[in-house]
Design a protein around this ligand. Structure first.
Ligand SMILES: *[C@@H]1O[C@H](CO)[C@@H](O)[C@H](O)[C@H]1NC(C)=O
Length: 367
């Protein structure tokens, strides 16, 4: 009976393979070490990180759900895991205040904002998906009324920063736009306007663009726009915004707004009907989306941190204990005591959606 000791020996020799194995094959969850973690912290992006140990049963149970959420969030929100059992990662896990496995944290803008811990709720794909996607900081100014467009274009032309305006028929802010604004805020100002019956696009000179998202870039000091005409996906948009940031963008203004994708065969009522249908789908609790409900118009359009205001330190350590494998991590003192994560009491609607829909979140990489 050599097999058992042999197997034990083999497993002891390949701890990293054991770790990787808690996530399903082909997962978009990437394993991080201290160096990788540093890199993630430097990027101004929202990312979700699970601190796990390969032997922990709750981690194994969570892994497929976490992986499913990661797939749905990919590529907008990168998702990672750290093996806290690996010697080289113990210090990182201690610094991050990890006291039990699994510990899932959301870093909303690299290390520029304190992380939020996933303290309550089931460790299900839909719950992770909502929790993460709804907590991307909102560096997007909303222009609610069509009358606001022209004054905004003129006033903001005095800013030294280029501006990116999304005109969309969608009622809810696309997660992609929020993600881009989070990534490029500081270099580019992000704005959104809901195109009701094509009024917004018409006011800007795009006569037949009711249904098509318009991504308009206003160079500094300019009241005329350049229309971005690539695919409305994270990668091509990021590449384009990178050229704005590094200054290699072509700032030449087209003579007149181009009107593409002529929709003249359809009348306005069709658009409206379809828009309404879309809204019903989006609002249905049975269909998880990454969008957020549109708040009532306010004076101030920019809402950088609407979700995590104040800290409700509701989660008592004892509460989550049964669901978590509590371990003692013996390492040197954490360099910096993490402020107790601002945890949000999910609003009732979200809670309900999460509980009612264990199903798959829809893809989010679109405007
Ligand atoms: C992240 O944001 C900060 C502050 O907004 C900025 O100073 C820094 O250059 C940004 N980093 C990257 C990689 O864009």
């Amino acid at each position: 009976m050599l097999t058992t000791p042999l197997l034990a020996l083999t497993l002891a020799l390949i701890p990293s393979l054991v770790t990787a194995a808690i996530f399903p094959e082909g997962t978009t969850v990437k394993m991080l070490d201290a160096k990788g973690f540093k890199k993630v912290m430097k990027a101004n992006e929202t990312s979700m990180i699970a601190f796990v140990a390969p032997w922990c049963g709750h981690c194994q149970k969570m892994a497929p759900e976490y992986s499913k959420a990661a797939k749905a969030l990919h590529p907008l929100l990168p998702t990672y895991a750290v093996d806290c059992d690996a010697e080289k990662n113990k210090r990182l896990c201690a610094e991050q205040g990890v006291q039990g496995f699994p510990t899932v944290k959301l870093f909303r803008r690299g290390d520029q904002m304190p992380p939020i811990s996933y303290n309550d709720g089931e460790r299900k794909a839909g719950a992770f998906f909502y929790w993460a996607s709804q907590r991307v900081p909102r560096f997007v100014k909303k222009l609610y009324h069509v009358e606001e467009l022209k004054p905004w274009i003129e006033e903001s032309a005095t800013s030294p920063k280029p501006r990116a305006l999304l005109v969309t028929k969608e009622k809810d802010m696309p997660l992609l736009w929020k993600v881009l604004a989070n990534k490029y805020s500081g270099d580019i100002d992000f704005v959104i306007h809901r195109n009701r019956k094509g009024k917004g696009s018409r006011a800007l000179g795009y006569k037949s663009a009711e249904k098509i998202p318009l991504v308009l870039i206003y160079p500094p000091g300019e009241t005329r726009a350049i229309r971005y005409d690539g695919p409305n996906k994270l990668e091509p948009l990021s590449k384009y915004f990178d050229t704005i940031v590094d200054g290699t963008v072509d700032w030449s203004i087209p003579e007149e707004p181009t009107v593409e994708e002529d929709m003249s065969g359809e009348d306005a009522s069709t658009f409206e009907a379809e828009t309404e249908a879309d809204e019903i789908v989006i609002d249905s609790p049975a269909t998880p989306t990454a969008s957020e409900p549109e708040p009532e118009p306010t004076e101030e359009g920019v809402e950088p941190e609407p979700e995590v205001v104040g800290e409700s330190l509701t989660a008592e350590p004892g509460e989550s204990a049964p669901e978590q494998t509590v371990v003692e991590i013996v390492t040197e003192e954490p360099e910096e005591e993490e402020a107790e994560s601002p945890e949000i009491a999910d609003d009732a609607e979200t809670e309900q959606v999460v509980l009612d829909t264990p199903g798959e979140p829809r893809p989010v990489d679109e405007l």
